[in-house]
Design a protein. Structure first.
Length: 141
């Protein structure tokens, strides 16, 4: 089993480099066009030259000009509604709390309507039971 480990590591690096290259925006690719990098990774993947060259020289791994980050956390941090605003937890966010209060008011109004409808239906059933059966056919004995 241990003799397959080097092969699996090379395969994993090859797959990672290929997927990383394909998913990288063209603006972050350095040196060569993206198609050429894909071909280098595929053709020289078995000897590790292609994937290692891509990881070392093919992609910008630092902050990109324009304030956009290259890591997922930087991207999410910079692509929010207001990129300059600091992140606020939901329980400290006044807009979120206000929306909860509004939603709560709507739910309470809906519950009151349901309760009133239920009371009306119960009263209607009681009134029908008190009046007795009107349209029931006589039972044969």
């Amino acid at each position: 089993m241990l003799r397959y480990l080097p092969f699996l590591l090379v395969l994993a690096l090859w797959i990672y480099a290929f997927i990383d290259c394909v998913n990288t925006p063209e603006s972050q690719v350095r040196g060569l066009p993206k198609v050429v990098w894909v071909l280098i990774i595929l053709l020289f993947g078995e000897v590790l030259i292609g994937p290692v060259a891509w990881l070392v020289a093919g992609k910008e791994r630092h902050r990109v000009a324009g304030g956009r980050g290259s890591t997922p956390s930087e991207w999410h941090r910079n692509h929010g509604a207001n990129p300059r605003a600091a992140w606020v937890a939901p329980d400290d966010n006044p807009e979120f709390l206000r929306s909860l209060r509004e939603e709560n008011k709507k739910d309470e109004a809906l519950l009151k309507d349901w309760e009133a409808d239920l009371r009306r239906r119960e009263e209607e059933l009681r009134r029908r039971e008190a009046e007795g059966p009107e349209d029931t056919p006589p039972t044969a004995s």
